[in-house]
Ligand binder design. Structure first.
Ligand code: NAP
Length: 287
């Protein structure tokens, strides 16, 4: 298939490379052009409108809803009528509805399919695709999903992928902040936080994500992002927005959002999300 990838950041670049490696004809655009240059077997172009003519599918993998609206606003008129738009960025419910309406106005099939997994699974083609949208469009995109992921969860109408992604993100952000705070508590009590990670290891309380991010916090290896803290903060806001809209009474979500806001205010926005550990406990007092 001919595929236009709009956004070649941490996730979009390896996804474009894996699509090309699977035999698709890939054209890519990125706001900072250097990031689209030199991706193996991918043709880089200098504007979103230049990327889409003649394409079978358009993949948007941009920071947030505002970026997708802006970029697709410039590209949509040049998208062929029979192409499918795979909106993969995490944008939340409200922006997702606006994007679907944008596609509807042009009569373009809209697939709402965010992904689970971070830098390494994206590089290895092992993402989980939360696929929702018109069944025929999902069928057409099946080989595209296969090229970037190891699992496709096929859901219902567009919007469902985003709702599942928000549920998953609440869990991810809660595990991240719980890990950071548990380490902070251990340090405050004079307990070696490695004892916490070793004690849960291999038992029913263990969690690979807690081990991964806990290790990053303990080694203070948070400057090379797999997922930038400012985007994790965006996701925390999207969870809150969704909870309020659907009247879910959540106690943790506002506290999680507050921790990420603190970390972003502390200038950690471009660090990995694990840098949220730097605004907890003794680490916060030291910095
Ligand atoms: P990233 O590396 O920061 O890439 C963001 C992309 O958006 C870049 O191409 C950036 O362009 C572009 N962008 C930002 N604002 C823009 C604007 N106003 N106009 C045009 N382009 C704009 O982020 P990422 O980690 O790849 O994440 C991309 C999306 O996937 C986000 O919605 C994120 O929440 C979601 N996601 C991320 C992960 C993860 O672990 N990393 C996992 C699942 C989902 P520049 O290069 O010019 O800045």
């Amino acid at each position: 298939m001919k595929i236009a990838v709009l956004g070649t950041g941490i996730m979009g670049a390896p996804m474009a490379r894996n699509l090309a490696a699977a035999g698709h004809e890939v054209t890519a655009w990125n706001r900072t052009p250097q990031k689209a240059d030199g991706i193996e077997d991918v043709r880089a172009v200098r504007s979103p409108a230049e990327a889409v003519p003649g394409t079978d599918a358009v993949l948007t993998m941009l920071a947030d809803g505002a970026a997708v609206e802006d970029v697709m606003g410039k590209a949509l008129d040049a998208v062929p009528q029979d192409a499918v738009w795979w909106q993969c960025s995490t944008v939340g419910i409200e922006a997702g509805e606006r994007l679907e309406a944008l596609a509807d106005r042009r009569g373009i099939a809209y697939v709402d399919a965010p992904v689970l997994g971070t830098r390494q699974p994206a590089e290895e083609g092992k993402l989980t695709v939360l696929a929702s949208g018109p069944p025929a469009a999902l069928d057409r995109l099946a080989p595209v999903f296969e090229a970037v992921g190891s699992k496709t969860v096929r859901l219902g109408e567009a919007g469902e992928g985003t709702r599942v992604k928000l549920v998953m993100n609440h869990w991810v952000l809660a595990v991240m902040t719980a890990t950071a705070e548990t380490i902070a508590l251990a340090e405050a009590l004079g307990v070696d936080p490695q004892v916490f990670l070793d004690t849960i290891a291999g038992g029913s309380l263990d969690c690979a994500y807690a081990q991964l991010k806990g290790k990053a916090i303990l080694e203070d290896r948070v400057e090379e992002p797999s997922f930038e803290l400012k985007l994790a903060h965006k996701d925390a806001r999207l969870v809150l927005e969704a909870a309020r809209r659907h009247e879910a009474d959540l106690g943790l979500a506002p506290a999680i959002e507050e921790r990420f806001a603190l970390a972003e205010e502390a200038g950690l926005g471009n660090h990995d999300m694990a840098a949220v550990g730097r605004v907890s406990g003794a680490r916060a007092r030291r910095s």
